[in-house]
Design a protein around this ligand. Sequence first.
Ligand code: SF4
Length: 386
Amino acid sequence: MTIPPAPSGPSSAQAPPRGGDAAPAALLDLSPGELSDLLRGWGEPEYRAEQVARWALRGGATDFSEMTDLPQGLRDRLGGSYSLAPPRVALETEADGGETSKLLFDLGSGGMVEAVRMAYDPDAAGGARAGRTTVCVSTQLGCAMACVFCATGLQGLARNLRPAEILAQVLHVHRERRVSNVVFMGMGEPLANYRSTMRAIRWMVAPEGLGLSPRAVTISTVGLTGPLARLAEEGLPLGLAISLHAPDDELRRRLVPTAGRVTIDGLIQAARRYRERTGRRVSFAYALLEGVNDDPEQARRLAGRLRGERAHVNLIPYNPVAGLGLRRPRRGRVRAFQRELQSAGIAATVRVERGAQIAAACGQLRTDAARDGGPGKGRPAGGPGG
Ligand code: SF4
């Protein structure tokens, strides 16, 4: 099979790895095409790129010395210029009897990002598990979108993650068990770090990479219409979830202050376009906040906007963040909201609770570790989220 093309954008293949005393460049910051170009440029045969990629991704190699079927000279040359070293895991906690693990990665210079491993799919009905291992990954250190209910939004944006830093979160889990699904629902807005997100995804779905089906990779976005239009043209039927959180633009702009001129109608239109281009139904995420957006009347208005769109609404009972003064609605209220949508013909599910405890609360693990005094002192597994 052919390697999917790398997304357009400035190429780093020709950029020499950092020299002198600087840390070697991360090999997986290269796209599949750039790795091929590099090895071809070194006079290596065509099959070499696939061989190296298999070791680095499916093989989970963290050092070129593990690539035992490569000539020693090539291993040395790769190791002299590039690195496969994973970031240090500063904290790992388990919840749900081991079905969920929170991982906190130390990216150096005080930068910490979280990933979550789930032995189920948080968005499948009932949290379908049979053979599933889902990794929820982060794409940015912090986030600039400033959603008022979000722990990560409180931190602001420090920087974008590089492709290798996104992949490292998946590969850490993959070294223990085969990863079946990846969801971009951790810290950061993936479409605001479009290039790194797509590069990481290209490796995830490349046959010589992790070999995941594009359908098993889901991007969750607060809704950036420009990048959404670009995503629809990537030729990859990725899962897509767009966060609405409100039935009207006025309330949405209060909850997502950076929404600017992006309207709910604009997002519905972007979702329609994505569905037409990829054949994938888009789901709309709706974080339910008590007394803010959980009224049955608001559900009816939301249903009115989504009618005829083959939409699916994923309701996420809010996982409170300390100090924000926002609460999770009671279960009966959540069900009432769901029923209103369903009776209007809109498919609506409630995110599985144990998943919500972690996956709906981007940035909370990192925030907890910072508050509790740093890595190694995180709260015990299973504590109330936020
Ligand atoms: S909810 Fe997502 S997009 Fe909004 S601030 Fe948090 S991480 Fe950023």
